[in-house]
Design a protein around this ligand. Structure first.
Ligand code: DQQ
Length: 573
């Protein structure tokens, strides 16, 4: 009896203290947030996904008073995209890894957004307060730009947002030459030389894609600039533009309103709705003419470099003032048919947040998973110096939870063997095409990892390098990284495209590959983040504990593994 009493008191104290610590969140969760779908094989352990239903773009990223906010395009009613129902889903975190889901921050409710609250951005004003600019699909299905402010700045989670009575702030019409169904996704605002705010918004005129520019003194009345920030013919709609500075000399992030011209370059990223990929150029923001000029060699079309050569769209960066870094996140869609998504009750993931900076060459951005992710690492398996003999070696990496892991491997190929590499064909300029054609064993590669693999390799996703010589008599090489999903699942209906990317490194140095594996997503970082490929896979056999991890070499020459570390990963909140 006494025992039961003490037990009840203990439980009561435990619950009370939990509620005291988490009262706001718990109440919020009880009132508005649906229960999380659990115990499904393709739900992730440490990649963000909403409790249920459809998610696409992440939108309005920010850090405010030490709390990271993730807003995302969410369909509260089902696992398929319904643009007219889209709300701003909302989650917060103190470490970018463990997220608490709140009720939606913005929902359709006014004539200016009644047919959907679409993507946009947050700007932190000079007084430190955040504001949201978002696209509303209005009652006439026109795309207009709206403003929202936090209702209560003392709420650490900023769960409630008030829409401006002045909405819509910016409307498209024939007079200002803006197409009303192609005017969306305002960027984070920045202050120009004249002290006025500027935003750029994605648009299309005929086949010309453009980033329209608006200026404002008070953030409420916006005036269209005579010239767009940038445009390019033949590219179609520019969705989710992102325009930000990067430091020239180190990997620190730079705030959007930084214009020390000698110290920075600018990046313009656009999501091309024609291809569903994100392309960026590096260039200069000419503040006098108020235009962006890409550096020589860059064109803002589908020849531009991509953040990620797999599945990754509608991405956006923000400046993390807490850690002085710029962080990039992207939406990773499903590769499964719509009916499977409806059956699962959810669709869409967000990639692990990546720190992004300008690489030493000044011609490419480099991306690396935020360091916080390493806190989820548990048991480590380590290999030192192993030879992967040419001609078909496959070695299992034992002792790691292969369905939820972080793997980093450093390969080395001898100089002599590099001379034996195949010569690249003159027309092979598309890495995806090379990866699709050149899967057979020959020369240097393929060598790499087989992830999400079943024990007897009925299923696996192989992530590998192939190295080519530029010419027979040359010591210059081309390194290609591939992610081949063709054997990823016995299930037939999924998109199993093989992805490929060139990696801008000399193979005389170490070739590194980091792979984040999380049940149905595989994120790859080649050459310490110089090339990235993300894919979605849905194995039938290689599920949970029945998942295996292998290193392999199917090329004819030997490859050394200088070291391999594989960590089992805990699940996040
Ligand atoms: N998704 C949003 C649009 C954006 C598109 C609608 C990009 O604002 O252009 O959900 O995926």
């Amino acid at each position: 009896m006494a025992n039961t009493l003490w037990y009840n008191i203990a439980i009561f104290l435990l619950i009370s203290s939990f509620l005291a610590d988490n009262a706001v969140v718990v109440l919020d969760a009880f009132h508005h947030v649906p229960n999380k779908i659990k115990n499904q094989p393709y739900r992730t352990g440490y990649h963000f996904q909403p409790p249920k239903n459809w998610m696409n773009d992440w939108t309005g990223p920010m850090v405010y008073k030490g709390i990271y906010h993730l807003f995302y395009q969410w369909n509260p009613n089902g696992a398929v995209m319904e643009v007219n129902d889209t709300v701003w889903g909302h989650a917060t975190s103190t470490d970018l890894i463990n997220w608490i889901t709140h009720s939606p921050a913005i929902k359709p409710s006014r004539p200016s957004d009644i047919n959907g609250c679409w993507s946009g951005s947050v700007t932190i004003l000079p007084d430190g307060k955040p504001v949201i600019l978002y696209t509303g699909n209005d009652r006439y299905n026109r795309q207009v730009q709206n403003l929202a402010k936090p209702k209560n700045l003392t709420d650490p989670y900023l769960r409630h947002w008030t829409k401006s009575p002045e909405n819509p702030l910016v409307t498209p019409n024939a007079v200002n030459h803006i197409n009303s169904t192609a005017f969306r996704d305002p960027t984070t605002a920045w202050i120009g030389r004249d002290g006025q705010w500027r935003i750029t918004t994605g648009s299309q005129e005929g086949r010309r894609g453009l980033a329209i520019l608006h200026t404002s003194r008070d953030f409420v009345r916006w005036k269209k600039s005579p010239k767009p920030l940038h445009y390019h013919d033949g590219t179609g709609m520019w969705e989710c533009p992102d325009f930000f500075p990067v430091a020239r000399s180190d990997s620190h992030g730079v705030d959007t309103t930084t214009f020390r011209e000698k110290m920075i370059k600018h990046v313009l990223k656009v999501s091309l709705s024609d291809t569903y990929f994100d392309y960026y150029t590096i260039g200069t923001y000419d503040q006098v003419r108020d235009v962006y000029v890409p550096d020589n060699g860059f064109v803002q079309d589908k020849t531009a470099p991509r953040y990620d050569y797999g599945k990754f769209y509608a991405s956006k960066t923000f400046y993390d003032s807490v850690n002085q870094r710029r962080i990039l996140w992207g939406w990773v869609n499903e590769s499964s048919p719509e009916k499977d998504n409806a059956n699962k009750g959810w669709a869409g993931l967000q990639a692990i947040p990546r720190k992004v900076w300008l690489g030493e060459s000044g011609k490419r951005l480099v991306q690396w998973p935020v360091k916080e992710i390493e806190r989820l690492r548990t048991t480590q398996v380590k290999w030192g110096n192993k030879v992967l003999k040419g001609g078909g070696t496959v070695m299992e990496v034992h002792g790691v939870t292969a369905s939820q892991a972080d793997v980093e491997v450093f390969f080395k190929v001898s100089g002599l063997d590099l001379e034996k590499a195949d010569v690249i064909e003159p027309g092979w300029t598309d890495p995806q095409m090379i990866c699709s054609l050149k899967n057979a064993s020959s020369g240097l590669g393929p060598f790499g990892l087989m992830v999400m693999a079943s024990k007897n390799l009925e299923e696996y996703t192989s992530v590998y390098f192939r190295i080519f010589k530029v010419r027979e008599d040359s010591k210059e090489h081309v390194v290609v990284m591939c992610s081949d999903q063709s054997r990823s699942s016995l299930e037939k209906g999924n998109d199993k495209t093989t992805y490929g990317a060139f990696v801008d490194i000399s193979p005389y140095q170490t070739l590194s590959l980091r792979t984040l594996i999380d049940n149905s997503i595989v994120e790859n970082f080649g050459g310490k983040g110089k090339a990235c490929i993300t894919s979605r896979v849905y194995p039938k056999l290689a599920v949970g504990e029945r998942t295996h991890l292998f290193a392999f070499n199917k090329g004819s020459q030997n490859v050394d593994v200088l070291s391999l570390s594989a960590w089992s990963m805990k699940s996040s909140l």
